[in-house]
Ligand binder design. Structure first.
Ligand SMILES: [Zn+2]
Length: 459
């Protein structure tokens, strides 16, 4: 949108998620071009010029757009499998199928994953993709194309695996890359797609899969590569007790010490899960500014445990929320993770003091932006930041009688999205995506899921 064109949103509750958690029970926000220009209580100022649209948002809550910090899009076409397994058994059951993915499958799965999140209020998304079978096509390019078409801000975490079964890892040998190939392809992806500028729509991170599927050399050289190129680092960490045991047996230390020894703690790093952390692990994350992607539904689905989110937050660790791959979280939604984060953490040691509704909203917005290194640009509603924002409809049967709008959003049923904006451009209207055809995507993902199942069954 041209820099001088304005959109005015009025008559809604606003949760800014700024540093002081400023809220307006009845306020306005002005978008100018791709930025938030002003916001506050009451009606928008008189005399604004070039107002191309005025939205009466009565009955709505306006929040920053949601930020997803951990996902694996390709899993969209392997949902509903190995439903009663823990992480390692689930991985061993699914790797042979995942090893057969190709570019059309990954493109369809990425479109499905992105569409599901975007229509539920996600404005900044990421994909941790780490399965690159030989000859499978330009998988990274297909994922980035899908994100561009959906219209969300996007980080591709270019993953890799080089520890196959013959080296004591979990993935089959034909699904892993050689160390040098993985590093070269990752560097090429950064050079082709990473945009470091303010408001970038595409960024790339270096993201070897996990300690149990990646060699120590790939961890170490991946960290060096990311720092040489000036991009962020992402991986899975401390997800299960089995992983902890694996690290002790193989490396003679726990996952956090292993990460530190390979250059993997730092403010340019964020790690998925971080469930099995002791006090000194949490201190190490806080000391180094390492971020965490908390994935409550996936952790529950795979019986991994409850991450110590209240302790991480109290120590000052940046924490965002993640859907995780949809083979371990079939819903693929992020807005419902606000609720799950709050509920699951109350089952942990801190009970009812674990997380408030406001903290859950912060995890899903500002916390996510922090973890992705984008907090100066998005994640809160403040003048000068990008106009990435969502209008949640809270005046229907599901929410109208809930006392407080933020509580309604977090603890109520999944709230309908009346409008979602990225860069001041509307991508969702009345729960439907404006950028892509959901029904066509549903058909394509079903067809590609069936094609993958047929190919995998032949093995
Ligand atoms: Zn994951």
């Amino acid at each position: 949108m041209a820099a001088d064109r304005r959109i005015v949103i009025e008559n809604c509750a606003i949760a800014t998620v700024d540093a002081s958690d400023t809220e307006y029970p009845d306020g306005y926000l002005v978008i100018a071009g791709n930025r938030v220009e002003s916001l506050g209580p009451g009606r928008a100022p008189e005399g604004l010029e070039n107002v191309v649209r005025r939205i009466d948002a009565t009955g709505h809550l306006l929040t920053p757009g949601l930020v997803n910090t951990h996902h694996h899009y390709y899993q969209w076409i392997t949902r509903g499998l190995a439903t009663d397994h823990n992480l390692f058994d689930w991985l061993v059951a699914l790797y042979p199928t995942w090893a057969r993915i190709d570019e059309p499958m990954v493109y369809a799965a990425a479109r499905g994953s992105l569409a599901m999140m975007a229509r539920g209020g996600v404005t900044t998304a990421m994909d941790h993709h780490y399965v690159y079978p030989r000859g499978s096509g330009d998988l990274s390019g297909a994922i980035i194309r899908a994100a561009h078409e959906t219209g969300v801000r996007f980080t591709l975490a270019r993953g890799s695996m080089d520890r196959g079964e013959k080296d004591g890892g979990l993935p089959p040998d034909f699904a892993v890359e050689a160390l040098d190939d993985a590093l070269a392809a990752t560097e090429e992806t950064v050079r082709r797609h990473h945009d470091a500028s303010f408001g970038a729509m595409t960024q790339v991170a270096v993201a070897p899969c996990s300690p149990f599927s990646v060699s120590t050399e790939l961890m170490r050289e991946g960290a060096e590569l990311a720092r040489r190129l000036g991009v962020r680092l992402h991986t899975h960490g401390s997800e299960t007790v089995e992983e902890e045991k694996f690290c002790h047996e193989l490396f003679g230390m726990g996952p956090t010490d292993y990460f530190e020894s390979t250059g993997w703690l730092g403010e340019d790093v964020w790690m998925a899960h971080c469930v099995h952390m002791n006090d000194s692990d949490i201190t190490a994350f806080a000391r180094t500014g390492t971020g965490v992607a908390h994935c409550p539904s996936s952790n529950a689905r795979l019986a991994a445990g409850i991450a110590r989110v209240p302790d991480l937050l109290a120590a000052g660790v940046p924490v965002g929320l993640g859907v995780d791959g949809t083979a371990s979280n079939e819903s693929g939604e992020l807005h419902t993770e606000l609720r799950n984060a709050l509920l699951i953490n109350r089952l942990g040691a801190h009970k009812e003091a674990a997380l408030t509704a406001r903290q859950a909203l912060r995890l899903g917005t500002y916390g996510g932006a922090q973890v992705l290194g984008r907090a100066a640009e998005t994640g809160s509603l403040e003048p000068g930041k990008l106009a990435d924002l969502v209008l949640w409809k809270l005046d229907t049967l599901a929410h109208a009688s809930i006392a407080d709008p933020v509580t309604a959003l977090v603890l109520g049923a999944a709230a309908p999205v009346t409008a979602s904006f990225v860069n001041g451009e509307q991508i969702v209207a009345d729960g439907r995506l404006l950028t892509v055809d959901e029904d066509e995507i549903a058909r394509a993902t079903r067809d590609e899921a069936r094609r993958l199942a047929r190919i995998a069954a032949r093995d």
